[in-house]
Design a protein around this ligand. Structure first.
Ligand code: ARG
Length: 574
């Protein structure tokens, strides 16, 4: 199913091209169609004419009139009119909206076109550092990255999700010294990652105070990098302990990766890469280090080998791009990290461009998240304990479910509370523009009458219960076979929202902002609730009744599918 936006844009293009030959504003920009802000202005609106008319010193209203003059409208359009300073407003036919809803009901992808078919995307997300607990940045990367992962797959892209673990840094010399000197094996069994963090911090502090210690850490690192079997065994053990802990979180959040290739995967390629960059004249020596100067790009130089011979974060990332390009031939590589890494990504993207890589490279960054107690930061050591946050979410959700559904068996209550609690945490993150500073509060995350996961999950369950009542009253009825009709205003508004699902999915994916989809789902649920309040279902005459149930069922399907794309489960009943 082609989104209405697309149909209208395609219809406008040749007409705009004819009305504005030699327009300085690109056709693609002029022909953009957006959902109308107000039903008075129709269903969709084209706002692009004013800019072009202004640039060409033409009267925008007259220009818009020429576009519409004598034009045969697309089938789905009832009328189109020029409004205001030169907008074109489109009013869709009720039948077209009804047909779109019917198609969403039948189509396995809810009417969302497979725009990614034949395209490959590598998605690099989560990517925590071994021997350190995941901090809030990794959690957000996991939740946002996983939503982008699901969105891309749903659009038909071939996705390779890769967890690019930080498993080959200078921290290992410090941890090995810490391990040899301070490890508490009992604690390591109990809370392995916390114990690794503890010995790391202790050894790190000692290395700052004691040059001997620092030198010993460096020696351990060199031994590890040289393949010393004892140090390699320790390193592997650190990775295994960390992975066990990360996997618990991934399992709980329903996250899985196609690849888990840490930085160490590329370690044997770094020397060759630096040599190649030097040979090509791209890297130069500077104060004993190897550096790629990026004056043309107006960026700080990118360090690819330190003066002590160690390689940098960027060196591995450059090698990783080259590997991914060769192995997967992706159309695009997308990275999800916090905002503090923007310069790093700009730098190594610039270096790989100089190496001739043309693959689209995207850094999706997000801001910090505040919790009421303040901002989390690893540097201060007050790392958010995700496990505990999730436990608390489930407990709080259980209290909600117990009070809203006291009759439900205790086991089911627990299962529902799990979905509601985890959904609440996830949605609190995904419903915000990733690039703004957001504050997490339990009240907002669990609000039953606000833009929250529980609200949307309840909306799904409410529709399911209407369906149950229908089945009780009309056991022979078959609303799914009934044609959907769109007559009354509330039904029309609902059908229009449903038709926008594909637009929301595409826009959320293309802008890398899952909150676009979250906003859409909230808007849809509100359109449904006014439908539900304004039209009778079970007491409506036969035919009308089935049509309304059918439209409700389509709404439920889209809500469940949409939440699923955000990684949020929707229990059948709540
Ligand atoms: N391990 C890094 C960190 O924790 C994130 C890695 C992101 N991915 C990448 N290819 N650089 O900051």
């Amino acid at each position: 199913m082609r989104p209405f936006e697309q149909i209208l844009t395609d219809w406008l293009k040749p007409r705009l091209a004819a009305a504005f030959p030699d327009s300085p504003v690109p056709l693609a920009k002029m022909a953009v169609v957006v959902a109308a802000a107000n039903p008075e202005f129709g269903d969709y609106q084209c706002n692009g004419i004013m800019g072009a008319a202004k640039a060409m010193r033409r009267n925008p209203r007259e220009a818009a009139e020429t576009v519409l003059a004598g034009a045969d409208l697309p089938d789905c359009v009832e009328k189109a009119e020029v409004a205001g300073a030169g907008f074109i407003n489109f009013f869709l036919k009720n039948d077209a909206l009804a047909a779109a809803a019917g198609e969403i009901a039948r189509d396995p992808h809810c009417g969302v076109p497979q725009i990614g078919a034949g395209k490959t995307v590598v998605l690099d997300y989560s990517s925590p550092n071994v021997a350190k607990p995941m901090h809030i940045g990794h959690i957000r990367s996991t939740v946002i990255g996983n939503a982008l992962d699901r969105l891309h797959r749903f659009l038909g892209y071939r996705v390779l999700s890769d967890n690019h673990l930080g498993d080959w840094g200078t921290q290992f010399g410090i941890i090995i010294m810490g391990f040899r000197n301070f490890v508490d094996e009992a604690a390591l069994r109990e809370t392995p990652v916390e114990e690794l963090e503890r010995i790391y911090v202790k050894s790190y502090e000692q290395s700052k105070a004691d040059p001997e210690w620092l030198a010993a850490c460096r020696r351990e690192l060199v031994k590890l990098q040289g393949g010393d079997p004892d140090n390699l065994a320790l390193w592997k053990r650190f990775i295994a302990l960390s992975m066990d802990e990360f996997d618990k979180i991934y399992k709980r959040l329903g996250v899985r990766f196609d690849l888990v290739r840490g930085e160490s995967h590329y370690r044997d390629q770094l020397a060759g890469l630096v040599a190649r960059l030097a040979e090509l004249g791209l890297a130069r020596e500077s104060e004993g280090a190897q550096v790629v100067f990026l004056e043309e790009e107006k960026l700080l130089p990118c360090l690819i080998r330190k003066s002590d011979g160690g390689y940098n974060y960027a060196t591995t990332d450059i090698a990783t791009v080259l590997n991914r390009v060769e192995e997967f031939k992706p159309d695009r590589i997308v990275y999800v990290t916090d905002e503090r890494q923007q310069l790093h990504f700009k730098q190594f993207f610039a270096v790989v461009r100089r190496l001739g890589v043309t693959t689209e490279l995207v850094h999706v960054w997000f801001g910090l998240m505040r919790l009421p107690e303040g901002t989390f930061s690893t540097r201060q050591g007050n790392v958010i304990k995700l496990e505990r946050l999730l436990d608390e979410a489930e407990q709080r959700a259980l209290a909600l479910v117990q009070s809203s559904s006291p009759e439900m068996p205790a086991e089911t209550q627990k299962e529902v509370a799990r979905a509601v609690g985890l959904g609440a945490v996830r949605y609190a993150d995904l419903s915000q523009n990733p690039q703004t500073l957001i504050t997490f509060t339990w009240d907002k995350a669990l609000a039953l009458n606000g833009n929250s996961a529980p609200y949307l999950q309840y909306a799904c369950a409410r529709i399911a219960s209407v369906r149950d009542k229908y089945r009780d009253r009309f056991p022979a009825g078959d609303y799914e076979a009934a044609p959907i009709r769109v007559e009354e205003a509330a039904g029309r508004a609902l059908a229009l929202r449903l038709a926008r699902f594909s637009e929301a999915v595409i826009r959320a994916t293309e802008t890398y902002r899952p909150n676009v989809l979250a906003d859409y789902l909230y808007d849809l649920s509100q359109a449904y609730s006014s439908y539900y309040q304004n039209v009778p279902f079970l007491t409506a005459p036969e035919g009308v009744r089935e049509s309304r149930l059918h439209l409700s069922a389509v709404t439920e399907r889209v809500l469940r599918q949409g939440l699923g794309l955000l990684g949020i489960e929707t229990p059948e009943r709540i």
